[in-house]
Write a protein that binds this ligand. Structure first.
Ligand code: 0A1
Ligand code: ZN
Length: 861
């Protein structure tokens, strides 16, 4: 079998086999140079399977220099080496291999393994990047104690970092320096990290609840140190929170975070040495929006929480990814909720599920939170594994309650500390700690798709009884034809005049009834409060009923959710009535009240005042009516801005004095004010001064960017001149410039094509940098539906040509960008033809990566 076919193979969870060998200790030495790095790995093996006679080590893009078995140099005839593996026969139970390889970090534009970018060395080993560093058992169930020696030019790379504790640091002859690290905790190689470079260092300390002092160190680009201070504080808050809520304490003496501009994902939880995409560390009022601050805090929390849920207890194999990711997202969501507006946090998490995750279920890439088969693991770091995974954990929390859930967590950690386990081990711990039968609940791990929950109401006047008939059904997905009923925890509230009754109904069967007695004919049940199960709720509530909930429900989430349902009704009416449709007076009344007397939670008020975005509308249709959605959204915004111009202006003015800092009150005020601005900008003549004034007097990036977004949305003529001003002001700050790239890419006029072509030549743009590429092309494909879905195919072609160019440079980033093309079946026939043609162009390309191949071939299957 050729190497190529071999690497295109699909791996299945059902084929899992425990490792034949373990690696007790891993001693690595790196002699670093950008063009030629020498890696010496001294690996102490122990045979686990007495029948295994061949050792197969994973390795990719390595130049093998020498292999020693114990102290003996092996001849090339004594092993086989191809593009994927190094194989040798072994008879001893315990033996040592010393493997010398050469790699070229500066040629590594895929940013997997060890790479050199922007003057620093950096690693990314999850999921299977370690095999690009040395030959190894690159699988998460092989846990080893690592020591790492780094030798590099002392002047060029003053900081030489790896996991654990520093145990040696000395200068060598020839201007070289040697630093040695030891990590006492056994770990899989995906948690290995090495960083070498020149940074600005920000330090602090944290005293754990048992009184141990932990040194905190943030390494960031020179001159950016102050921008790391918020992240540093967020880390301390995370550490305290995890002690208080989960009883989990940090275990090493140092916690290091390095921020780099070249990174494929958000951040990585390497043991004791997190590597972060700089956009999730570096923030200041001037350069970052409130959303950026929020993301920094939540991702700092996420990576920190992985120390227990991921690192101390890790995954047996990559099919178990949600074991660490679903649980850690749940933990970071709970942390964020405690740090800010609980309701708005929940709304944002639910939006991710209802748009991106439901879309994934409906796509050729549909998979359960525990995927059953995978070609390229990097393709499974998905909203399903992460965010639906977190919803599944949240349902366990709902079923067991906080105390029961924490008891389960304690048992899970106590049983499995230091082990590589499966999702089943987690569920079993929850079950055992609570004596709660979770057999049926386990289906959530194996079954993909979006369950639909249909509610029918019937009222018996004589008995004064309301019966809800609930039916669940999960439509078939691309990966799975038949589905079984799921356990659905349904939180409800019955609003009946002044009376309200709330509770939790646990649905197990395909059809069940929920009966309320002694209630009036107008009693209204609010179901699935706080989105207590990740399902699509289908109900027959009228506009009046929904508006009643939106006006009066005590639960903020329920109010928002009822309005979301209203918007879907209005969109359908708009489509039916061909544009003659007018939003109801009742909505304007509700909005006027919210503008005149905002709720105490101003961020929530701003959410309630928002017309859903394109993605949210789109997801409610099996076949997406692109043009109607765009026309309706614009019409809705215009109607609101015209009907409520006075109230909008007043509310805008009342909330324009927010403190510059990032705190709940100020964030809420800005959100509300900028929601008003977005509407006000639609009156081009009247809003010019307002926009310019806010732009030029803004106390921070949130307000500045809000002006640019509002004027982009409303195609205001002031957009161009303000963008020019912005570019001049932020030439040197690439993270800010990314915002500018994205705004350009979201320009809804045809002009966008010339602009993007010009921006690809911008001195700060680089095809090698994922942040830059995403700033332009992710924004184009996801935030510019009008131009992306053009009927002449120009939008699809722009993305396709980009992917053809990008795939050889960075397959991971290319494969993430292709997502909007995969769902061709969701569009009309004209667009289907155009998208399929684009997909074929990709598939026909010689040497297409596994990453892209897996997705595109599934889409065309
Ligand atoms: N485990 C990290 C995210 C991550 C995943 C894959 C990567 O490369 C393929 C990099 C980072 C997290 O959940 O934060
Ligand atoms: Zn994670």
């Amino acid at each position: 079998m050729s190497a190529d076919t071999n690497s295109r193979q699909v791996k299945r969870l059902a084929d899992y086999q425990a490792p034949d060998f373990f690696i007790e200790t891993t001693d690595l030495t790196f002699e670093l140079a950008a063009d030629k790095t020498l890696v010496t790995a001294v690996l102490q093996f122990r045979r686990a399977n007495p029948n295994a006679l061949e050792l197969r080590l994973d390795g990719q893009q390595l130049l093998l220099l020498a292999v020693h078995y114990n102290e003996r140099l092996l001849q090339p005839s004594e092993y086989q080496c191809d593009a994927q593996q190094l194989r040798l026969s072994v008879t001893d139970d315990d033996f040592k291999l010393t493997i010398k390889t050469e790699i070229c970090p500066q040629a590594n534009t895929a940013l997997e393994g060890l790479y050199f970018a922007n003057g620093s060395f950096c690693t990314q080993c999850e999921a299977e990047g370690f095999r690009r560093i040395t030959y190894y058992l690159d699988r998460p169930d092989v846990l080893s104690v690592f020591s790492t020696t780094i030798i590099a030019d002392a002047n060029q790379y003053p900081y030489l970092l790896s996991n654990g504790n520093k145990v040696a640091d000395r200068l060598l002859a020839g201007g070289q320096r040697l630093v040695r690290w030891q990590d006492p905790f056994p770990k899989p190689c995906y948690l290995f990290a090495l960083v070498a470079g020149d940074f600005e260092l920000r330090q602090d300390q944290y005293t754990t609840k048992s009184g141990r002092v932990v040194e905190l160190a943030f390494y960031v680009e020179k001159g950016q140190g102050n921008k790391a201070l918020f992240a540093l504080e967020a880390l301390k808050r995370s550490m305290r929170w995890d002690e208080e809520r989960f009883g989990l304490e940090y275990d090493l003496d140092t916690y290091m975070v390095v921020a780099v501009d070249f990174f494929n994902m958000g951040a990585m939880e390497n043991k004791g040495l997190n590597v972060f995409n700089s956009k999730y560390v570096l923030v200041s009022n001037n350069t970052a929006t409130d959303t950026d601050f929020f993301n920094v805090e939540s991702i700092i929390g996420h990576e920190y929480f992985h120390n227990w849920t991921g690192n101390r207890v890790t995954c047996r194999d990559w099919f178990q990814l949600s074991l660490k990711e679903g649980l850690t997202v749940f933990r970071d969501q709970e942390f964020s909720r405690d740090m800010g507006s609980a309701t708005v946090n929940r709304i944002h998490a639910v939006q991710v599920i209802r748009t991106a995750q439901f879309a994934e279920d409906a796509s050729p890439m549909a998979h359960p939170i525990q995927p059953q088969q995978v070609m390229e693991m990097n393709n499974f770091y998905t909203v399903t594994v992460y965010d639906k995974g977190a919803e599944v954990i949240r349902m366990l929390h709902t079923l067991l309650g906080e105390d029961g859930f924490q008891a389960g967590m304690r048992l899970y950690v106590q049983r499995h500390d230091g082990q590589a386990v499966t999702c089943e081990h987690f569920v079993q711990a929850m079950q055992d700690a609570n004596h709660y039968d979770l057999s049926a609940f386990r289906r959530w791990y194996q079954q993909s798709g979006t369950p639909e929950l249909r509610v029918q109401r019937s009222y018996d006047v004589h008995k004064q009884q309301l019966t809800l008939t609930l039916r669940q059904h999960t439509p078939a997905t691309a990966d799975q034809a038949t589905k079984l009923p799921l356990v659905l925890p349904i939180r409800y509230q019955l609003v009946d005049g002044e009376r309200s009754e709330s509770g939790l109904f646990v649905m197990q069967l395909q059809e069940e009834s929920l009966v309320f007695t002694d209630v009036s004919a107008t009693a209204l049940p609010v179901l699935l409060e706080d989105f207590s199960a990740p399902v699509r709720l289908l109900h027959d509530y009228s506009e009046q009923e929904l508006l009643r909930i939106a006006k009066a429900a005590s639960n903020g989430f329920a109010r928002w959710d009822a309005l979301q349902s209203c918007w879907m009704l209005w969109l359908q009416q708009y489509i039916q009535q061909g544009g003659a449709f007018h939003l109801p007076e009742a909505l304007f009344e509700l909005y006027a009240t919210l503008l005149n007397q905002p709720l105490p939670d101003k961020s929530l008020t701003a959410e309630l005042l928002k017309v859903p975005d394109y993605g949210t509308f789109a997801e409610s249709f099996p076949q997406i009516p692109v043009d109607s959605i765009l026309a309706a959204s614009a019409a809705f915004r215009l109607q609101i801005s015209e009907h409520l111009s006075k109230a909008l202006l007043q509310c805008y003015q009342q909330h324009s004095q927010a403190a510059a800092e990032y705190n709940e009150e100020a964030v809420g005020q800005r959100a509300l004010k900028n929601r008003c601005l977005d509407y006000l900008s639609m009156h081009h003549g009247d809003s010019q001064t307002l926009l310019e004034q806010q732009y030029h007097t803004a106390s921070g990036m949130t307000d500045k960017l809000a002006v640019l977004k509002a004027s982009l949305h409303s195609e205001h003529p002031v957009f161009e001149s303000l963008m020019q001003h912005f570019a001049n002001e932020w030439q040197q700050d690439v993270l800010v410039l990314d915002k500018w790239f994205s705004l350009h890419a979201a320009n809804p006029t045809e002009q966008v094509f010339d602009t993007i072509a010009a921006l690809c030549q911008h001195p700060k743009f680089s095809w090698q940098n994922p942040n830059r590429v995403r700033a332009l092309f992710h924004a184009f494909a996801m935030q510019n539906p009008g131009q992306f879905h053009r009927l002449d195919g120009r939008g699809y072609q722009l993305l396709t040509q980009t992917l053809l160019l990008l795939d050889p440079i960075n397959p991971q980033v290319a494969a993430r960008l292709v997502t909007p093309l995969l769902s061709w079946h969701r569009y009309d026939s004209e667009r289907q033809i155009l998208i399929k043609q684009a997909l074929r162009q990709l598939l026909e390309k010689d040497g297409i990566s596994n990453d892209l191949y897996e997705k595109v071939s599934k889409a065309l299957a």
